[in-house]
Design a protein around this ligand. Structure first.
Ligand code: SF4
Length: 229
């Protein structure tokens, strides 16, 4: 383990900012070529359903969230009005298979009421307004703005994107906001930002797994300072 850390440190130390940007461009080119259809795995039909799905996905797998939302939840709740009218106890019960279900129910139903009262029943289309909703931080706002409206405001940094950005030596930060800033500086083409998240998430799920990264099978193993190959 120690020798990898030393190798990683010396790689990052000797890499110039230009070389890092060039390497980042190669990384995302390779990932895009391998996975051109990469997109959010969450199921939804309306912007409000997407907001609810992203909130539900915190510390839960997308697969589990889809099971619940496909099963019954999104047949019953489609618009902010539907969610705002929900009985809180019933709603909690409907999502109780997920961890943190009480705080997730509170965030979704409060956000839906805020959307009704402050935004005329429509999910807002700006980062600033999205961040006023309960339980909505930049990650959620970035995913919802892009997938619901095609608005690009930044790069969503979730647990996979954070781990991958760190292992790839694209950031030495731990705070998602600072990691997002580092990634945005490394990928100057704004139109690529939505892909940066989904490509990192897909690689994080399939290959660069938290406990045991499969570096031998990774298409980035020659470009990654944390590669064990
Ligand atoms: S080479 Fe290994 S550590 Fe680097 S991104 Fe691939 S799986 Fe992760």
């Amino acid at each position: 383990m120690g020798e990898y850390n030393e190798y990683r440190k010396s790689w990052i130390k000797r890499e110039t900012p230009i070389a890092k940007r060039t390497r980042a461009a190669k990384v995302f080119r390779i990932l895009h070529k391998e996975n051109p259809e990469s997109k959010t795995a969450l199921h939804f039909k309306t912007p409000m359903q997407l907001l609810a799905a992203v909130i539900l996905s915190a510390q839960s797998t997308d697969k589990k969230v889809n099971e619940i939302t496909d099963g019954h939840l999104f047949k019953k709740y489609k618009t902010p009005k539907d969610f705002a009218r929900a009985n809180p106890k019933t709603f909690e019960k409907e999502i109780s298979q997920l961890g943190l279900y009480k705080s997730k129910a509170k965030a979704i139903l409060t956000s839906a009421s805020m959307i009704q009262q402050k935004f005329g029943g429509k999910l807002p289309r700006t980062m600033e307004s999205m961040l006023t909703l309960r339980g909505v931080a930049r990650k959620t706002a970035n995913i919802v703005l892009w997938n619901a409206y095609g608005v690009i405001a930044g790069i969503a940094v979730d647990t996979h994107a954070r781990r991958l950005a760190q292992r790839l030596g694209f950031t030495d930060q731990d705070d998602p906001k600072k990691i997002e800033k580092d990634l945005m500086a490394l990928v100057p083409q704004k139109k690529l930002w939505p892909k940066v998240n989904t490509l990192l998430v897909d690689l994080g799920r399939s290959t660069c797994i938290a406990q045991s990264p499969k570096c031998a099978q990774c298409p980035l193993n020659k470009l990654c300072p944390s590669s064990r190959v």
